[in-house]
Design a protein around this ligand. Structure first.
Ligand code: UD1
Ligand code: UDP
Length: 379
């Protein structure tokens, strides 16, 4: 029996972890034991607890309760807590997801203790180092022993950074293995799509609606950018008499009134077509994605889920790591530019996307990852 410690902390990591926990329970329960550590980076019930209940993830064995804070303080508190747990648990592998501060803290803690790291969602790059996530994922990749890339672009990014194909074990951060294995989020979408639930408090009034999420710091914290995004949605909704449903991240709700310029906050609040709601559960989000006509987002995960559900996606960022979505024509990068967002929404309103080639794997990425972790230990 091998022991892995999985570190999660932010909403998307909890969701991604469901796929691996499910694969372990289904196929590897006699061979892999999983200890789950929640850093406490996200802590509101609708940003954390709800996903454990709904997605059947085992309760965390530890919760560091770190909470919100400046990057350095938040990450440092995680490192301190994780180091103690890793010394106690002595896992064979540490499993990390994505690119958050919880990921970075896990990478630093484990690498100092020479515990090999398996990084799920390795190789993604925005080539924009002003994003905290870009720093986190580069540092995590270069401290990892097993790097699981969901896309071929991510895999090729790793090769460009000097990672080699064909290494043989034992794998360490000096002799890592890289894999192109598909996306655990696609595994989840296939598994949970049929269980999608309409959010009880949301009234859909027309035939079509846009689903939107915004939470990136460069959008929420910048009044010009945040206002450009909301102004575009406001005017599009009025022009087309089309609802815009926005399950709003707590970071954004906390800044909306302060950072929408001029009368925009009042205009958006008075706009009957704009429905700003608290974060919804994963099954509710899945329902909203499945039934939307198009999706506008700065989220990484929501861009991909738009694609899984064959919905066009307007990307409110200057670039994306998920370039396949743009190359296939299913996504348009519109940044936080009111004109570009409006043009992209209008384009997709009039030109539905019909081709969504399979670029995120076969829905079995988690099984593959478990298998490779096991193999890495017996080589
Ligand atoms: C974090 C990740 C980001 C990821 C996002 C997913 C980093 C650097 N950023 O961003 O990559 O896309 O999670 O959602 O790790 N807050 C609450 N309740 C909560 C959680 C957060 O009110 O349960 C509010 C607090 O005001 C907090 C703010 O949101 O200061 C930001 O939270 P934080 O975890 O620092 O970053 P996110 O913006 O959520
Ligand atoms: N999500 C959710 N409820 C919401 C908004 C998002 O369950 O109200 C899910 C979404 O379906 C996806 C994940 O959260 O699986 C994406 O997380 P987020 O946008 O917070 O972070 P990112 O992917 O950008 O890191």
């Amino acid at each position: 029996m091998i022991k892995i410690v999985t570190v999660i902390g932010a909403r998307p990591q909890i969701i991604k972890a469901a796929a691996l926990s499910r694969a372990i329970a289904k196929e590897y329960s006699g061979r892999i034991t999983e200890v789950i550590v929640h850093t406490g980076q996200h802590y509101d019930a609708n940003m954390s607890q709800i996903f454990f209940e709904e997605l059947g993830i085992p309760a965390p064995d530890y919760n560091l309760g770190v909470g919100s804070g400046q990057h350095g303080r938040q990450t440092a508190r995680m490192i301190e807590g994780l180091e103690n747990i890793l010394l106690e648990e002595k896992p064979d592998f540490l499993v990390l997801y994505g690119d958050t501060n919880s990921t970075l803290a896990g990478a630093i803690s484990a690498s100092k203790l020479h515990i090999p790291i398996a990084h799920i969602e390795a190789g993604l790059r925005s080539f924009n180092k002003t994003m905290p996530e870009e720093i986190n994922r580069i540092m995590c990749d270069h401290a990892s022993a097993l790097l699981f890339s969901p896309t071929i672009t991510g895999y090729n990014n790793l090769i460009r950074e000097g990672f080699k194909t064909g290494n043989s074990g034992p794998f360490t951060s000096d002799n890592p293995a890289i894999y192109h294995c598909g996306d655990v989020m696609y595994d989840n979408t296939l598994h949970f799509s049929g269980l999608a639930q309409k959010p009880a408090d949301v009234l859909i009034t027309g035939e079509k609606y846009i689903l939107a999420t915004i939470h990136r710091d460069n959008n929420t914290d910048n009044p010009v950018r945040l206002s450009a995004i909301f102004s575009a949605l406001h005017h599009f909704s009025l022009k087309h008499k089309q609802q815009v449903i926005i399950p709003l991240h707590p970071r954004t709700s906390g800044l909306l009134q302060k950072n929408l310029t001029g009368n925009l906050f009042a205009d958006v609040s008075d706009n009957q077509f704009i429905g700003i709601i608290p974060p919804v559960s994963f099954l509710e989000m899945t329902w909203l994605e499945k039934n939307a006509s198009q999706i506008l987002t700065d989220s990484g995960g929501v861009q991909k889920e738009a694609y899984f559900f064959r919905k066009p996606c307007v990307i409110a960022r200057p670039e994306t790591e998920w370039v396949e979505i743009v190359y296939t024509g299913a996504g348009i990068i519109a940044d936080a530019d009111e004109t570009r967002i409006t043009q992209a929404l209008e384009f997709f309103e009039n030109n539905p996307v019909i081709d969504f080639p399979a670029v995120f794997g076969d829905g079995k990425a988690a099984e593959f990852i478990c298998g490779e972790i096991l193999k890495a230990l017996v080589r």
